[in-house]
Design a protein around this ligand. Sequence first.
Ligand code: HEC
Ligand code: HEC
Ligand code: HEC
Ligand code: HEC
Ligand code: HEC
Length: 161
Amino acid sequence: MKLAVVFLLAGLMWSQNQPKKGEPVVQPIGFSHRVHAAAGLDCRNCHRNADPGEMMGIAPASACMGCHKTLAAESDGIKRLARHAENKQEVPWARVYAIPSYVYFSHRRHAEAGAKCETCHGPVASRDVLWKENDISMGGCMDCHVRHRARNDCNYCHEPR
Ligand code: HEC
Ligand code: HEC
Ligand code: HEC
Ligand code: HEC
Ligand code: HEC
């Protein structure tokens, strides 16, 4: 019970600076998933899910320059991207989906269980801009766990690890 109160307070404080569901998230450099999917790139080209597998991660600016050294090199966005790559500074992408640190979540375990990116993030490959369109609240997690007969006791997601 004490633990639940701590989560509740932490949850309230945390939720204040999260993107609202349904509102497009403004990024420091306009980036279109639709354009890059149409260019034949797979999600895993830019989101590698490095060990230990919890985070998907976002490709560093230097990896983008593999194509953009020449491609659209004169555009404003790519000039800024090139400056980040030269200075070995990552682009400060704004987060779209995030859960508080007191919740345990592993991308790899969900991929192994057969969950597709679209299930939790919507049709990203057809979006020019992303927003939080699917439910990753506690209720959203638990509904899917019920459907897939995965555990739903508090410690499964909140166990201090
Ligand atoms: C496999 C090649 C490839 C890679 C890798 C790639 N892009 Fe692109 N990008 C493209 C193509 C193709 C376009 C469309 C170009 C056009 O319309 O002229 C594009 C367009 C863009 C544009 C719009 C440019 C403009 O015209 O204003 C931005 C910004 C951009 N990419 C950012 C990125 C970022 C950030 C990364 C790394 C996370 C990345 N790209 C990685 C192929 C790539
Ligand atoms: C060319 C590189 C590239 C490819 C390919 C790509 N992404 Fe991304 N992704 C990015 C960049 C850059 C961002 C940060 C900007 C943004 O949110 O639009 C991002 C952000 C995201 C986010 C939001 C992360 C957060 O902050 O919560 C999700 C979800 C995502 N991508 C899913 C996908 C999926 C699913 C695919 C395959 C359909 C995919 N991406 C393909 C580069 C890429
Ligand atoms: C079972 C639901 C689920 C699935 C399936 C899923 N994600 Fe996520 N994703 C999340 C949640 C929840 C977060 C927030 C995690 C956090 O804050 O620690 C997130 C965050 C992200 C982020 C930003 C933070 C990070 O982990 O780097 C990216 C990028 C991302 N997802 C891409 C993808 C891609 C690409 C796929 C498919 C290969 C995918 N996701 C599949 C639920 C999911
Ligand atoms: C697409 C349905 C789906 C969604 C949405 C989903 N899960 Fe799961 N989750 C599963 C399944 C199925 C398993 C069982 C995997 C296994 O037994 O290997 C699982 C397992 C887990 C595990 C145990 C994995 C481990 O490493 O021990 C945790 C923790 C977890 N989920 C947390 C979450 C959280 C937090 C969310 C919401 C942000 C979420 N899940 C959303 C289907 C889902
Ligand atoms: C399947 C994963 C999962 C399970 C099981 C789970 N939670 Fe959560 N819980 C979450 C996620 C994800 C959040 C963050 C919600 C958000 O970001 O809005 C959360 C947040 C909370 C919060 C903060 C307030 C809020 O609602 O945002 C409390 C309190 C909480 N959980 C208590 C519990 C208790 C008590 C149980 C057992 C009955 C439980 N949780 C079981 C995933 C889970």
